[in-house]
Design a binder for this molecule. Structure first.
Ligand SMILES: Cc1cc2nc3c(=O)[nH]c(=O)nc-3n(C[C@H](O)[C@H](O)[C@H](O)COP(=O)(O)O)c2cc1C
Length: 292
């Protein structure tokens, strides 16, 4: 009833773990796979070479269900993937500060991946987010020419997101992941300075859910593309809004930070009960609210 095909990949349910939530430690990933059976884990974004994270504090809770983080794409470099044996679908997130770096990272990442997600939208390191998204068509075209696995492009809730999504699809992207965190800032009123060491960070969780619904709806109504909808999904109702707006699968991030991996099962149970009660399949509702 709610198994899905995402660009040819069979997923037993539509809930995947969003990028940056599971640390890239193989034993930890394997335990998450075994205990919580996510239909896929999206890795934290890998770059070609190791990148140091920003100094702590890098993550702060700003209100119920809302977080601000600036880890700054810190990661051990894509080559660690070579020795990673993880018993579930891996969506390998790749990034870089140049077209060449992104292509090379994707080629190495493809080995263990069911899908490659090109992250062009991190707000947390200069030269890696919107700066690279300008070249999205060229980047996707190059990666598509070298990598056989499905390619998704992750974009942020920018004013030109519909335009950039179109360029990603023109370049040959198989789908889009919408949305990444939104650039924000939290100030410490005693110290009179930002709470995070980087100054600004990316807002995630409940605070960005309506933005995700809007962006997914606008992009789906324009292109009917396959979309992994991500942003503030804490309940099956939140997920249903993303499906109705056009998401085929849903990425869960902040809800796991707040409530643990058990939230995945709550989402599955809630969604199944709703669909059984209504007598509908997931495929019936995808994009229903925004179809022209
Ligand atoms: C602590 C943290 C780290 C993240 N790291 C990444 C990352 O490395 N790459 C990426 O594409 N998105 C990253 N994200 C963004 C999430 O994948 C997701 O798009 C965003 O948090 C919105 O979903 P949510 O509201 O369910 O958290 C991160 C989010 C958080 C909270």
């Amino acid at each position: 009833m709610y198994s899905i095909r995402l660009s040819g990949i069979e997923l037993r349910d539509p809930f995947v773990i969003a990028s940056g939530i599971v640390p890239d430690v193989p034993e930890y990933m394997a335990r998450v796979c075994q205990e919580f059976s996510p239909s896929a884990i999206t890795t934290k974004t890998f770059t070609l070479n190791p990148l140091e994270p920003h100094k702590p504090p890098t993550l702060v809770k700003i209100s119920d269900g809302c977080f601000l983080n600036a880890i700054g794409l810190g990661n051990p470099g894509i080559k660690v993937m070579g020795s990673m044996e993880v018993p579930c679908n891996l969506f390998v997130s790749v990034g870089g500060s140049s077209l060449e770096e992104i292509v090379e990272t994707a080629i190495i990442g493809e080995g263990k991946a069911s899908l490659i997600e090109i992250n062009l939208s991190s707000p947390n390191r200069r030269g890696y987010g919107a700066d690279t998204a300008k070249f999205v068509r060229e980047i996707v075209k190059e990666v598509k020419g070298k990598v056989r696995k499905p390619i998704f492009v992750k974009l942020g809730p920018w004013d030109n997101v519909v335009d950039l999504a179109g360029k990603a699809l023109e370049g040959g992207a198989d789908g889009l992941t919408l949305i990444n965190t939104v650039k924000g800032m939290k100030l410490d009123v005693d110290a009179g300075k930002p709470v995070l060491s980087y100054g600004t960070g990316g807002v995630s969780g409940r605070c960005i859910h309506p933005l995700a619904v809007r962006v997914i709806g606008e992009v789906y109504s324009e292109y009917s593309a396959q979309i992994i909808g991500t942003g503030g999904v804490f309940s099956w109702e939140d997920a249903m809004e993303l499906f109705l707006a056009g998401a085929t699968a849903v990425g869960v991030g902040s809800a796991i930070l707040e409530r643990g991996f058990e939230v995945l099962n709550e989402l599955r149970v809630g969604l199944t009960a709703f669909m059984e009660e209504k007598g509908i399949n997931l495929s019936d509702v995808i994009g229903m609210a925004v179809r022209k």
